[in-house]
Design a protein around this ligand. Structure first.
Ligand SMILES: Nc1nc2[nH]c(I)nc2c(=O)[nH]1
Length: 274
């Protein structure tokens, strides 16, 4: 049943997706899940041995990619901890943004699928615009909290959910044990797909935002509702509009992600192994 059909129960589709993943990967219980945003793609191979790799679009509720070309894959990876114990990580191969117009259920379907697959810990990563001139492009930042400026919720009906400590203080401390230089910030999610005007960036700065992007907050709310422990990480890939003298360029965004890639990928892998 199509996810965006009001008659469909999105949690039933997430259950079907988890069953498909268990069958296709041969793993019926994953412990953690990771969503890799711009610049974070290199982390998957550093996490551990790939146990299974399946085409994402074959998983119920994951639409075939609109952009032709490479077909995203979802991987099950065997993560070895220092004490020798093993955890199975699900690296979701695709992320749907609100601006794609596929509805908010599609945006959070990967999170609900991970929860249905038994996952307890979710690591959400993204590329973001930086509002703090002291944190230049290439800087990874832990999410301390978020501003959901999309005017949307992934939750339907009278589903009241507390969001205190939504970004797990325990996992943030663990991340800082791995890299004590890691800073924290408040992430603002905007609907996009346009970037902000300098006036909007000044507004966001006044509202207390340190990074701005087009993902993550909605996914994190769904993760809390599903009972997952959440860690969020942004890679500042550009200084937001007006913060730096030169205008935004998509090329700059991609390039900063590539340059910072190896360092943040090993950071993420080390955190996931804790
Ligand atoms: N809204 C918004 N999203 C982004 N994503 C990235 I990468 N950089 C930006 C940015 O400057 N603004």
């Amino acid at each position: 049943p199509p996810l965006d059909d009001p008659a469909t129960d999105p949690f039933v589709v997430a259950g079907a997706a988890a069953e498909h993943i268990a069958r296709a990967t041969g793993i019926d219980g994953h412990d953690m899940a990771l969503v890799l945003g711009s610049g974070w793609g290199g982390a998957a191979e550093l996490l551990g041995d790939v146990v299974a790799e399946i085409p994402t679009h074959e998983i119920p509720g994951f639409a075939a990619p609109t952009v032709s070309g490479h077909l995203p894959v979802t991987r099950s990876i065997r993560v070895e901890r220092a004490d020798g114990s093993v955890r199975l990580a699900l690296v979701i191969g695709s992320r749907t943004h609100l601006y794609e117009g596929k509805g908010v259920r599609a945006v959070v379907h990967p999170v609900r699928t991970a929860a249905a697959a038994g996952v307890e810990t979710l690591i959400l990563t993204n590329g973001a615009g930086g509002l703090d001139p002291d944190r230049p492009a290439g800087t990874p930042v832990l999410l301390a909290d978020h501003l959901n400026l999309t005017a949307r919720s992934p939750l339907e009906g009278a589903t009241f959910v507390d969001l205190t400590d939504l970004y797990s203080p325990r996992l943030r401390t663990l991340a800082r044990d791995v890299d004590p230089t890691l800073g924290e910030g408040v992430y603002a999610q905007m609907p996009g797909p346009h970037y902000e005007t300098p006036a909007e960036i000044r507004m966001l700065r006044t509202l207390g935002a340190d990074m701005v992007g087009m993902s993550t907050a909605i996914e994190a709310i769904a993760a809390r509702h599903a009972g997952l422990e959440v860690l969020g990480l942004s890679l500042v890939t550009n200084l937001a509009a007006g913060i730096s003298p030169t205008p935004l360029s998509h090329a700059e965004v991609i390039e900063a992600g590539q340059v910072a890639g190896p360092r943040i990928s090993s950071l993420l892998a080390d955190i996931a192994k804790r």
